[in-house]
Structure formats: structure tokens, C-alpha cells
Design a protein. Structure first.
Length: 347
């Protein structure tokens, strides 16, 4: 459906986007995920036609949109601040785009009622938007974006202004609504939890480049490099050197590790690598592999697990365990060789 090809964009004579390319298929929601300043919102504005790139193209069904104005692209855009008309009520806000097309009054009425029902706001149709809560305004903004049946829906940090409890509730609702609509969508966020909940596919951006483009499951299970791992909250990283490939062994400053998950692409003997010790890797059972002494620094109850912070040598790591461990105790641990990823960073 949508194809973004090799976008380059500068801001104040500095590169903002550096060769960004990705596709969006029918009914698919992709999340552009990255820190502030990584170029996420700029990509949306280029796709919408609000900004032009220095180079690169945007295609819709193989048609280059370079000379197609904003209003003829038939893309929906939902902003972080919702951009609702404060002097109009809910119905008038949602009907605005339809009325601009000079559609019949009966059709507009039916369409607005239909999308308000989808977002559970039908009872608020005559309410002034200024009297709505943040969550209710978010629903109205989404209804307004969906009402004209856009070919593509773009959402720029739509939950960013909401408190955590409301954001968590609306994440699930939004995912279902996007799938029910079958409209391809691009969702911009800097929040990893939001992206993992809503996105069918994540496009991770750093300094204007795509670092990894994959499903949430693939990114969590096999992050491409240390930056991706840290960005999605996998922080147990340890530098090492490949000592053996059969079996796969890596030496580190705290000892040698046996690893069962395989080599990174093109890695070879004596190459530097980064070990990612996954959150579930720690075991208190005796094992003849990857055994270490550790001191327990902290132990936090999370509901159905405990997060334990330990020190090995002068390094600290956090793991999830099924039972509490006394803070301050010295313990013997083993690290599961199936729960270690080997990463290489492209310098």
C-alpha cells in the first residue's frame, strides 16, 4: 500500500533523516519508535505532504505522491494535542471532514453516529469538546480521523498527554479499533510499552536511521544490537570475546560463558561481542554451566515475580525470579545458556 523510499531530510544544516525506507501493508499497524529528535514526526509530515524531503519518495500503490497535494492524498492525521475545534461540539468536530466534501446531510449523520459508536462516544455527540476529559477528547479525535475513511491513518503520539492508567486502558481499545477498521496505520511513539501493545511491526529509529524493522516478538527475542536491547529495556549487557565456536564460548571480565543461541551473522573466533543476559536467565539450581557467585543488592516484589538486583565482580544486573532472595546475601547462581543473546554493534 504505502512505500517510503530512501528519505533524506536536513534540519538546520544537520541530517535528520538518513535513508529511511519501509512499507506498510493493508490493515497493518506499524509503530515508529524512537527517542525525541529521531525523526519520527518528520516522517509522518513528509508522508502527509506537509513537508518535502531533500531526497527520497513516497509511493501509494506504486503512484509517486511527490506532486499530490495534502488534501488529495486522502490520509488521516491524528495529532498529539488532538487539534479539535473548541467552539464546536463532538458531532460537529467529527462531521467536519465529511462536510468539507459536500456529502449529503443524511450520509454525514449516519457516518458520524457510526464512528462515535465505535469509539463509545455516541452519548456525547452534543457535548462541547472543552467539557470532555483527555481520554474522551482522544476518542473524538480518533473518530474524526476515521470518519472520512482515509486510505492511511497516521497517529502522532496520540496517548502522550494522558495519565498512565488511562493510557493503558486506551492502548488495548486503540489496537482493536485499528484492526477492525482494516485501515493501514502508522503510529508514532517514544513509549516502548505502547509500541509493543499496538504495533504489528516496529520500526526502531535512532539518529534518523532505521536500526531494526521487525515484529514486536522478533525485536524482543532477537534485538539487532546493544542499542536496541537497551532501548526496549533489556539492560543486562556484558562485553566479551569469542573463545570457541564448537561449543560456543565467550570470555568476559567476570568469567567464561557457554551459549546455546548461536553466533551473530558473520561473527568469528576472537571477535568482540556483547552478551545480553535475558531477564529470565538466572537460576538458583546447581548446574555445570555458567556458574557464578553473586551478592544480592535488592529484591522487589512485582506481583507474581520478584526483580532481584545482583552484583557479580563490579557489575550489576537485574533478573526476574519466582521467589524472594534475602538482600545482602551471597548466592551461587547459574545463567541459562539458552537465555543469552550474542550481539554485535556496527560502529
Amino acid at each position: 500500500m504505502l512505500s517510503v523510499k530512501n528519505l533524506h531530510k536536513e534540519y538546520e544544516n544537520q541530517p535528520l533523516l538518513r535513508g529511511v525506507s519501509f512499507d506498510v501493508q493493508q490493515g497493518e499497524t506499524i509503530c515508529l519508535l524512537g527517542r525525541s529528535g529521531s525523526g519520527k514526526s518528520t516522517i509522518l509530515r513528509i508522508i502527509a505532504g506537509i513537508e518535502a524531503p531533500e531526497s527520497g519518495d513516497v509511493f501509494w500503490n506504486n503512484q509517486n505522491l511527490k506532486d499530490v497535494p495534502v488534501h488529495k492524498r486522502k490520509f488521516g492525521f491524528m495529532f498529539q494535542d488532538y487539534a479539535l475545534f473548541p467552539h464546536k461540539n463532538v458531532f460537529e468536530n467529527v462531521a467536519f471532514g465529511l462536510k468539507m466534501q459536500n456529502l449529503p446531510v443524511d450520509f454525514v449523520e449516519e457516518k458520524v453516529n457510526s464512528v462515535l459508536a465505535k469509539v463509545k462516544m455516541q452519548e456525547f455527540r452534543h457535548r462541547q469538546v472543552a467539557d470532555l476529559s483527555g481520554g474522551e477528547q482522544q476518542r473524538v479525535a480518533l473518530a474524526r480521523a476515521l470518519a472520512p475513511e482515509p486510505r492511511l491513518l497516521m497517529l502522532d503520539e496520540p496517548l502522550g498527554a494522558l495519565d498512565r492508567n488511562l493510557r493503558e486502558k486506551l492502548m488495548d481499545e486503540l489496537r482493536l479499533l485499528l484492526h477492525e477498521s482494516n485501515i493501514p496505520a502508522i503510529y508514532v511513539t517514544h513509549d516502548q510499552e505502547e509500541a509493543f501493545t499496538i504495533g504489528d511491526r516496529l520500526v526502531l529509529l535512532n539518529e534518523g536511521q532505521i536500526i531494526q524493522n521487525a515484529s514486536p516478538e522478533d525485536i524482543y527475542q532477537t534485538p539487532k544490537n546493544a542499542w536496541v536491547a537497551q532501548f526496549i529495556g533489556l539492560s543486562n549487557l556484558l562485553e566479551g570475546v569469542i573463545q570457541s565456536t564448537q561449543p560456543l564460548m565467550v570470555s568476559t571480565r567476570i568469567g567464561d560463558f557457554t551459549i546455546n543461541t548461536g553466533l551473530p551473522q558473520n561473527a568469528k573466533l576472537e571477535d568482540p561481542v556483547i552478551l545480553l543476559l535475558r531477564p529470565d536467565a538466572l537460576s538458583m539450581t546447581d548446574s555445570n554451566l555458567n556458574q557464578f557467585q553473586a551478592q544480592v543488592l535488592d529484591d522487589v516484589f512485582l506481583g507474581n515475580q520478584w526483580r532481584v538486583k545482583i552484583r557479580m565482580s563490579d557489575l550489576e544486573f537485574s533478573f526476574l525470579v519466582d521467589q524472594p532472595i534475602r538482600i545482602g546475601s551471597m548466592i551461587k547462581i547459574s545463567i541459562d545458556p539458552n537465555q543469552i543473546n550474542l550481539l554485535q554493534d556496527e560502529k
